[in-house]
Design a protein around this ligand. Structure first.
Ligand code: CP3
Length: 324
């Protein structure tokens, strides 16, 4: 979770000379920062270095990514006309650099290390498009969602169909799994999730079925909507630390796999804390197949690299023990 960016000194060195979008648009650099964590941290999979905002440019959205703040949209969505003006993404002409990065990464990676592709989920992307930047209360998003169903439906449809073509193009270029990031969906009630979000996320998973790649469906603050997220789709549901992982899995049912759920802030502590908290996740999972050990959200910028390496080693040692 954000293993490729931010905290790695090797990444920071590249970032001193290049902006984040500049790295994303340069396939050689994007490939370099995507493979760094596998080499340096020893994690089991690589995640494509990109950002959820990249494909929106192909839909006619103008944005910047400000350090510490995240994405800022110049032409945010306020009305139906703005939604109508959004165009459909053509991955080959709009994001060729992402697809090229995927091919380079696949050549660089050991064949047994999978590459995870990803995109933003319709709701999370819609929040940036409507609010114009990160928000705490999602008031503009909810106002449009509740009071202008024509605009909301078209916006969510347009985003989901562009994300389908984006993810399909990533798969065609070689990613081994895809992750749908619905990072901010936990701000919704279960009823609103079902009405305003589920059909659009579901459409993405339905359309991806014939690609046969494993799909991860991630959100934060989702304790009360886990069953609905499962209904929307995904072979794996990603959960954060706000719910014990065994409780989450019980709610989901064991026929779906689960990813999570260490609080990334734990990695700011000392190793005895890290070990204790990681052990708690693993003992709750109790060796049941279908668990991907991960953080519940992105690594924090000041995380000491050695803590991440120690965590990876600890999880590897501990899970080798249970699988033999
Ligand atoms: O492991 C990786 O870092 C892979 C690449 C990756 C980035 N963004 C690069 C990036 C991934 C998987 C993302 C996804 C993403 N981007 C999400 C979904 C996942 C999540 O964490 O919830 C979201 C919501 C975004 C939007 C976005 N872009 C935010 C919130 C930020 C952080 C702002 C900050 O600095 O606090 C960005 C910028 C961004 N995208 C960085 C990275 C590595 C930050 C560091 C930098 O500027 O170099």
């Amino acid at each position: 979770m954000r293993q490729a960016g931010r905290f790695l000194p090797e990444y920071r060195k590249i970032r001193e000379k290049h902006g984040i979008i500049e790295i994303c648009k340069n396939p050689e650099l994007a490939a370099e920062v995507s493979t760094q964590p596998v080499e340096i941290l020893g994690v089991d999979a690589a995640i494509l270095f990109a950002d959820i905002m990249l494909p929106l440019e192909g839909m006619g959205v103008k944005y910047k990514i400000n350090e510490g703040l995240g994405p800022v949209i110049e032409n945010s969505i306020e009305n139906f006309q703005n939604v109508l003006a959004l165009t459909a993404l053509d991955p080959n002409s709009d994001v060729p650099y992402v697809l090229e990065a995927v091919s380079i990464i696949k050549k660089k990676l050991d064949p047994h290390v999978p590459l995870i592709g990803f995109c933003g989920a319709p709701f999370t992307l819609a929040t940036y498009l409507i609010e114009g930047h990160a928000t705490r209360d999602f008031s503009k998003t909810k106002r449009l969602m509740y009071s202008d169903s024509k605009s909301w439906q078209l916006l969510m449809q347009k985003i989901s169909s562009s994300m389908v073509s984006y993810l399909k193009a990533q798969v065609k270029s070689g990613v081994d799994a895809v992750q749908l990031f619905d990072s901010w969906v936990g701000c919704l009630s279960p009823e609103d999730y079902v009405k305003y979000v589920l059909p659009y996320s579901q459409e993405i998973f339905d359309q991806l079925r014939d690609t046969n790649v494993p799909c991860i469906h991630f959100g934060t603050g989702t304790s009360e909507i886990l069953e609905k997220m499962k209904q929307a789709g995904g072979h794996v549901i990603g959960v954060d630390w706000r719910i014990p992982i065994d409780v989450a899995w019980q709610k989901l049912g064991f026929e779906v796999a689960i990813q999570g759920n260490l609080d990334p802030a734990v990695l700011l502590g000392d190793f005895s804390l890290i070990r204790r908290k990681a052990e708690d996740v693993l003992s709750r999972v109790a060796g049941r197949p279908g668990h991907i050990f991960n953080l519940g959200h992105g690594l924090l910028p000041n995380t000491p690299q050695k803590n991440v390496i120690e965590l990876v080693n600890f999880v590897h040692e501990r899970t080798e023990e249970t699988s033999t």
